[in-house]
Design a protein around this ligand. Structure first.
Ligand code: G3P
Length: 215
């Protein structure tokens, strides 16, 4: 399973990258709004740190302007992948961008049928938002399971990128289901790196080591 980080914060990206687990980065307008500096410079810096797909989202709502924005964003760096919302115009733009060789991550996906359409339009990635589904009492991971099944049934190559991850359980379930990618906020990466029983075990071993005769 590939691991992406869901942030535009350079420090968090560097700290995750040094763990050797980062395969890519996802950003969105909200995440970019939290950072200082020009968003283009930030995206370029991110691409220089992580040698993998870096998602940057369009803000246009109509297909023609989505394509124009996508072309502009993709000039920032070869690692840039364009995030396009799962709408009617998003599908039109995705199909056109596929024809131009620009990779698309269809975002704000909340149903297996949106994912089916994204695959047919030629999206490279589909991003089901599991946390936001959980927030409205719909089990987000069930949608991921359905998308994986549909893609397997028909051999679609679109990669399932589990997004809006809120806790380590989402990550375990995604891995068990065989999702291609999970994008995690830095907080969840920290949670999965650390286990309290590992820390307790180290403390006990160090205490016992003090009692061992060394000469
Ligand atoms: O990758 C999508 C993600 O940024 C959305 O997460 O926590 O805002 O639902 P969240």
């Amino acid at each position: 399973m590939k691991v992406f980080i869901d942030t535009a914060n350079i420090d968090e990206i560097k700290r995750a990258a040094e763990l050797g687990l980062l395969d890519g980065v996802t950003t969105n307008p909200t995440l970019l709004s939290r950072e200082k500096g020009n968003f283009r410079d930030n995206l370029k810096s991110i691409c220089e740190i992580v040698d993998g797909p870096v998602s940057a989202e369009v803000t246009a709502l109509d297909a023609d302007n989505m394509v124009l924005q996508a072309e502009d964003l993709s000039r920032i760096h070869k690692n840039i992948v364009i995030k396009i919302p799962s709408t009617r115009d998003g599908l039109i733009a995705t199909k056109q961008l596929k024809g131009k060789g620009i990779r698309v991550n269809m975002t704000l996906c909340f149903s297996p049928l949106q994912a089916l359409l994204a695959a047919k339009a030629g999206a490279t990635f589909i991003s089901p938002f599991v946390g936001r589904l959980d927030d409205v009492s719909h089990v987000g991971m069930e949608v991921v399971e359905q998308i994986i099944q549909i893609y397997e049934n028909y051999g679609y190559e679109t990669e399932v990128l589990v997004a809006s991850v809120r806790n380590p359980l989402h990550v375990v379930e995604a891995a068990l289901m065989g999702a291609d990618i999970v994008t995690m906020p830095f907080k969840v990466i920290e949670q999965i790196v650390k286990h309290p029983l590992t820390d307790v075990g180290i403390k006990k071993f160090l205490a016992d080591w003090e009692k061992v005769k060394k000469d």
